[in-house]
Design a protein around this ligand. Sequence first.
Ligand code: NOJ
Ligand code: CA
Length: 560
Amino acid sequence: MSAADVAPKVAGNPAEPGADPLWYKDAVIYELHARAFHDSNGDGIGDFPGLLQNLDYVQDLGVTAIWLLPFYPSPLKDDGYDISDYTGINPSYGDLDDFKKLLEQAHRRNLRVITELVINHTSDQHPWFQESRSSRTNPRRDWYVWSDSDDRYRGVRIIFKDTELSNWAWDPISKAYYWHRFFSHQPDLNYDNPAVREEIWKILKFWADMGVDGFRVDAVPYLVEREGTSCENLPETHDVVKFLRRRLDEYYPHIFLLAEANQWPVDVRPYFGNGDEFHMAFHFPLMPRMFMAVKLEDRKPIIDILQQTPDIPENCQWGIFLRNHDELTLEMVSDVERDYMYDMYAFDVGARLNLGIRRRLAPLMEGDRRRLELMNGMLMSLPGSPVLYYGDEIGMGDNIFLGDRNGVRTPMQWSGGWNAGFSTADPERLYLPLLSNPVYGYQTVNVEAQRRTDHSLLSWMKRLIRVRKSSRAFSRGTIEFLQPRNHRVFAYIRQLGHERVLVVNNLSSLAQPVELDLGAFEGYIPIEMFGGNPFPRIGRLPYLLTLAPYNFYWFRLRRL
Ligand code: NOJ
Ligand code: CA
């Protein structure tokens, strides 16, 4: 009998009766690529069986959901965001049975599984595009966006600006131009064609039937194009989203949708609709401002962007993050802010890519444990569901010499042994080389070493996640900013009903005193949440705290 046969019904599975349909509001999401996690068959490429072997590790971290990067058949010219078959598995990673096992085993551990829905474009190798380009009269011709000239939709920005010169590419076969917002090997689908929407719905259905819990929808703002516009966030794009959500609500109401819409808060807000579009959307502009705040040693950038962030419907949530598999995007900052970020975090121009910085969190923080803790502490205490990028929990480094974004996609570092415990292959065969420099190399930074001590970053991250999950004020509460005179201190109160948490962050490299106006909580006792120690009772006078460099506190406010 296999383990799956004896698997208990999944208590936390949203498909099960009694499960909380709003589970995503309390989620802590772990983003990973099967390719990068663990190689089970020694071919140098991570795979689903390898991931399965390490699910206990993911569970043990304390996260509640896994976001899997694209695992579909693909020419892999954009690490799988160039899909050539939407309902298959790239054979390098396994097959559908492996994927089903993964779902089962994840659900057994109360881990939700979120997969990628890359529907703005396909690979040019997808049979739909092959048909579409084969002749101007092919029935699938109209599935993509064709033009006889390359001067339509003028002025639309180019996203991969280090690679592409135009959003149009010439197709020598059918002698016409096709539209692409990303690489030229990724032609955009034509959402004005109802047949395309129906086909996309079939893909959703396919994975929903298999049991996935949610979809991260790639490149949402660009679904529809209209002359004279930026071709982003158009009402017609919202119609497509509403169509998919309506269908989901009808057939799979437990499935959740997460929007990748790298836009300003006012432009992202409509993607929540009236609670009838996305359940969650990434908050892109918040991320660079957290990096700015620790460099400037000033809370202003974070407070400013959060104050510009509109309220969202009750059943919705933000997804917040520090790093992911892409460059640290600087699209949602002003030119001055971008220059500042480049100067501070990517002085080496090799670290810059498109409008961003291709580095991981630990090198960005110069390996400074105090800053890593502070950044993660803010990630876990600001409004939204935090998303962690694999490897950042152990402070993995990057390799800016690998081209494109590969430098932040190197193999997971499990141990100091052969190939970091990632693979038994010859090192030359690995899909990407391991990091082996003295600071971030796998001999130094690896899971095995960090498991041995309670003081490692990994152990600390587990504690952080556990404490975060101990109060729903973090995931569902309101936020109120305190305005102490010392602007190097960033303090806020998260509140849900009677539950109140006070967060105090020292953004500075020097020790700081702060006087907090906590008059509204006179008589309360702050209980430090990591150690459980009571602090002096709050009185009428300003509450005095002293903070070590980059230090932060989380206090539960108790009326005792
Ligand atoms: C956003 C993804 O995060 C990125 O990795 C990809 O290259 C583009 N969308 C195009 O699909
Ligand atoms: Ca493999």
